[in-house]
Design a protein around this ligand. Structure first.
Ligand code: PMP
Length: 390
C-alpha cells in the first residue's frame, strides 16, 4: 500500500497532511542548513529557541490566543494532563482564597462526564484528591453515552469549585459540545480538546486551561499542547503545605515551571514539536481555522446525512451533540460490521474499526482527512447497503 491510495480514518495517531510528511522527509537530514536533523540539534541552541518561539506564535495566530495566556509544550499525553490539572488548579485555588486560610482547604473539583475520556480524567482526579464532584455522568443517567443533559440538570458547585472540567469532543463516543458551558465566572473552565482543537474557531478567553495531545489535529504523538491563563500560574514554593491539603507539584507537571522555562525545563519532544510546526504552517496556508472549519462542517454533514438516509446504518449519538471529528456508527445487523470493515480495508480505507470498548465502526475525519476521502467512504457505504438491502 502507498500513502497516495490510502484513506486513513484513524482516531489517533491519525492522518498527517501528506505535504507535511514530504517536507519532513526532505528536511530530515539537514534542517535549515544546520547539517543535521532537528532531532540532533541541541534544544538549547539558538535555532531551536527561534523555532520553539515561532511554533508558539503560529499557534497563537491560528487560535487567536490572547496575550494573557501561555502556550506550553508538555509531554505525557492527555493522560498526564488528567493529573496535572488537579495539582495546578488546586494550587491556583489555594492562592485565590488567600495564603493564610485557616479552615480546611477542600474545594470540590467539578467534572462533566460525557464519554470515556472525561470519565477517565475524573477517575484520575479521584486518585489524587478526595472531593471530586460529578456534575453529571451521562452513562449513569441514560445507560450509554451519546447525549448531554440540559443545563438545569447539572449539579455544579458554583464558586466553591477549584475548576470545572469537561472534554469538548469525546473521541471514542463521538459526542461533541456545540457550545462552551456557562459556569461561575470566578471558576476556571478546564477543557480537554485533544480530538477537536484547530477544527473550528472558539473563544480561548472563556477558559482557564485547554490542553490537547498532538496525535490528532496537531501532529505526532509525544507533544501535548497546554494553553493556560497567566493568573493560574502560581509558584508553589510560596506555599507551606500546612493548610493546602495538596502535595507540591512534581516539576514536570507544573505549569508555572514549564512557563518559566518556555517549555525547555527538560529536553522537549523536538521532533513532535517540529511536525506540529509544519502542520501549523500548512493550516495557515490553507486559510487558518476558519477555512478548515468550513470543510470540516461539509465533511461531517455529508457523512451524517449518509447515515441518517440509509436503512442499515445508525448513529448512537443525539443529533445536537454529534462530533464533527469522530463519527461512530453501527450497522443494524451487527454481524455485517466485520464484512464492512474487511471490504473497506481492501479499498484502502484504514483504521475504521470502532474503539474496542464500544465496537462498531468509527470514521475519524480530522483536518487532514479530505472531503474526497469522506466521499469515497460514503460511496462505499452506499454500495455496501445496496448489496445487503435488496
Ligand atoms: N483525551 C482525549 C479526548 C483523547 O482522545 C485521548 C486519546 N485518544 C486522550 C485524552 C488520552 O491521550 P493520550 O493517549 O495522549 O494520553
Amino acid at each position: 500500500m502507498q500513502t497516495s491510495n490510502v484513506w486513513n480514518f484513524g482516531p489517533g495517531p491519525a492522518k498527517i497532511p501528506t505535504s507535511v510528511l514530504q517536507r519532513a522527509q526532505a528536511e530530515l537530514l539537514n534542517y535549515n542548513n544546520t547539517g543535521m536533523s532537528i532531532m540532533e540539534l541541541s534544544h538549547r541552541s539558538k535555532e531551536f529557541e527561534n523555532f520553539n518561539n515561532k511554533t508558539q506564535r503560529d499557534l497563537r495566530t491560528l487560535l487567536n490566543i490572547p496575550n494573557n495566556y501561555k502556550i506550553l509544550f508538555m509531554q505525557g499525553g492527555g493522560n498526564t494532563q488528567f493529573a496535572a490539572v488537579v495539582y495546578n488548579l488546586l494550587v491556583a485555588k489555594r492562592h485565590q482564597l488567600s495564603e493564610d486560610l485557616e479552615e480546611e482547604f477542600n474545594p470540590p473539583l467539578d467534572y462533566l462526564i460525557t464519554g470515556s475520556w472525561s470519565l477517565k480524567a475524573a477517575e484520575e482526579a479521584k486518585k489524587l484528591y478526595n472531593n471530586v464532584n460529578i456534575v453529571f455522568d451521562v452513562k449513569k443517567l441514560k445507560g450509554s453515552y451519546g447525549s448531554i443533559p440540559p443545563k438545569e440538570e447539572w449539579k455544579l458547585s458554583g464558586s466553591k469549585a477549584a475548576y470545572v472540567y469537561y472534554c469538548d469532543n469525546e473521541t471514542v463516543n463521538g459526542v461533541e459540545f456545540n457550545h462552551i458551558p456557562e459556569i461561575d465566572p470566578s471558576v476556571p473552565l478546564v477543557c480537554d480538546m485533544s480530538s477537536n482543537i484547530l477544527s473550528r474557531r472558539f473563544d480561548v478567553s472563556k477558559f482557564g486551561v485547554i490542553y490537547a495531545g498532538a496525535q490528532k489535529n496537531i501532529g505526532a504523538a509525544g507533544l501535548t499542547v497546554v494553553i493556560v491563563r497567566e493568573d493560574l500560574l502560581i509558584r508553589t514554593k510560596n506555599f507551606d503545605n500546612k493548610n493546602s491539603g495538596i502535595p507540591a507539584i512534581p516539576s514536570m507537571l507544573d505549569y508555572k515551571v514549564m512557563a518559566d522555562y518556555n517549555s525547555l525545563y527538560n529536553t522537549p519532544p523536538m521532533f513532535s514539536i517540529y511536525i506540529s510546526s509544519l502542520v501549523f504552517e500548512w493550516l495557515l496556508e490553507l486559510g487558518g481555522v476558519e477555512a478548515i472549519e468550513k470543510t470540516n462542517s461539509i465533511k461531517a454533514e455529508r457523512l451524517y446525512e449518509a447515515i441518517d438516509n440509509s436503512k442499515i446504518y445508525k448513529s448512537p449519538v443525539e443529533k445536537s451533540v454529534r462530533s464533527r471529528m469522530n463519527v461512530p456508527f453501527r450497522i443494524q445487523q451487527e454481524e455485517l460490521e466485520s464484512e464492512f470493515l474487511k471490504g473497506s480495508i481492501e479499498l484502502g480505507m484504514l483504521q475504521l474499526k470502532g474503539h474496542r470498548s464500544v465496537g462498531g465502526i468509527r470514521a475519524s475525519i480530522y483536518n487532514a482527512l479530505t472531503l474526497e476521502g469522506v466521499e469515497f467512504l460514503i460511496e462505499y457505504m452506499k454500495e455496501f447497503e445496496r448489496k445487503h438491502c435488496q
